[in-house]
Design a protein around this ligand. Structure first.
Ligand code: ATP
Ligand code: MG
Length: 403
């Protein structure tokens, strides 16, 4: 079993707590990931010290969730969360414990954690503390609830989504009883806030073991989150993972792929329901609206399109076209767009060589007429970029004013 190699700062935190009479271990994701030879994202510490005892030991700390026993310690500009051993009280809302109490017993703290692989503590001097067989489950590639999985999902329904997401991130199987408990409790996911659901889905869409993604709908979990989406993804299950894999780092593209057979209106309703930010919502809807048609492969319409929706959106449109319609002329379109950008062609009024002010000086009254003339000039320049000079545009404007 691979032992975690602690960064110096983490070793220092444990040592400082120990020297002051407290137990302290690294715990959770960092232990799991170390065993799996994956780089931990962050190093969480669990300790017998009470929050105020922890805070007193380090010069730079702030309260992250003092009611949950977490103190954040800042060392060399990195934040480390140090949480007091804790027992969670009853969960009335299927997400948050009504109360938490502190304990001096590590095993009780590990008991409140979701899966055995996440309930392992480690100390460089003492080795692993693993009362629930987490190391064995990691070796077997199994996600197993700590204790009675049904109870654990009932306490906090978000754990069901975490379970599916971990399966797809790590390529693990969900242990049989844990999976049965998950399938039996899917309705509880409705108690979880859409923001948390959205975060987990985002992580799931980009998880590497994509074949595991189908657990989301096979378990019935997605049908409880959004029945229409569940029907659509089930129907498209064969292709979806591969399509998502082609989205690179772009989360907007991933949502477009997920919602590909939604009308823009349906997508808007869905994205609003999931409380997406306006920018993402608008962009996903714009792309879905445009994806029905192939992007142009000729310079003039491409300049118009890039001027209208912006080059970033056009690149996304082309990426989406490549994923959903690989046989279309997306490569040609991409080449044309890159050439246009490289030659610095004027695409919008911002870079047109004449402005509304110039037109007013030429005698055009302020108002609609200015906009109309500028639009005609822009169109002309999009057709023939070489005409974007002040002289040529002024002459053209003169002609229009006289007509
Ligand atoms: P990652 O950060 O890669 O998503 P992680 O396991 O570190 O995975 P975190 O959300 O950072 O997950 O939580 C840290 C630890 O806290 C977990 O490993 C687990 O022990 C515990 N934990 C987190 N969320 C829950 C939960 N909903 N129920 C029970 N324990 C949890
Ligand atoms: Mg983590």
């Amino acid at each position: 079993m691979k032992k975690p190699i602690l960064p110096d700062d983490v070793a220092f935190l444990l040592q400082t707590l120990n020297e002051n009479g407290h137990e302290a271990y690294i715990v959770g994701g960092c232990v799991r990931d170390s065993i799996l030879r994956r780089a931990p994202q962050d190093w969480d510490i669990t300790t017998s010290a009470l929050p105020e005892e922890t805070a007193a030991l380090f010069p730079r700390t702030f309260d992250t969730g003092i009611q949950h026993g977490t103190i954040t310690v800042v060392l060399h500009k990195t934040n480390y969360e140090i949480t007091t051993y804790r027992i969670d009280g009853k969960y009335a809302d299927c997400r948050h414990p009504d109360s938490v109490s502190f304990t001096r017993d590590l095993t009780e703290d590990l008991l409140r954690r979701d899966f055995t692989m996440n309930a392992i503590a480690y100390h460089p001097g003492e080795g692993f503390r693993d009362p629930f067989g987490g190391q064995g489950d990691i070796a077997a590639g199994l996600i197993r609830g700590v204790g009675d999985p049904a109870l654990r999902f009932q306490e906090d329904a978000l754990r069901m989504l975490r379970c599916v997401r971990f399966a797809a991130q790590l390529g693990f199987q969900v242990e049989e009883n844990t999976y049965a408990a998950l399938c039996a409790n899917t309705a509880l996911i409705q108690k979880i806030s859409v923001e948390r659901i959205r975060e987990e889905l985002e992580k799931l869409w980009r998880a590497p073991y994509r074949e595991k993604m189908s657990l989301l709908w096979e378990s019935g979990l997605l049908a409880q989150i959004d029945p229409a989406l569940a029907r659509r993804l089930t129907a498209r299950a064969g292709k979806l993972p591969e399509e998502l894999a082609q989205c690179g780092q772009d989360s907007v593209l991933r949502w477009c792929v997920v919602l590909q057979d939604y009308t823009p209106k349906e997508a808007e309703t869905f994205l609003n329901g999931m409380k997406f930010d306006r920018a993402t919502l608008r962009r996903v809807c714009l792309l879905l609206e445009r994806i029905a048609e192939d992007a142009p492969a000729e310079p003039y319409p491409m300049r118009k399109l890039a001027g209208e929706i912006g080059e970033e959106a056009v690149f996304q449109l082309l990426a989406l076209q490549r994923i959903l319609r690989p046989d279309s002329a997306h490569e040609e379109s991409g080449r044309v767009l890159r050439e246009i950008l490289a030659s610095g062609d004027c695409l919008t009024l911002k870079t047109l060589a004449i402005t509304g002010k110039d037109l007013m000086k030429m005698g055009v009254p302020a108002g609609k007429e200015i906009g109309r003339i500028l639009d005609i000039l822009l169109d002309m320049v999009q057709r023939e970029p070489a005409r974007n000079t002040r002289e040529m545009l002024a002459a053209e404007a003169e002609r229009m004013i006289k007509d």
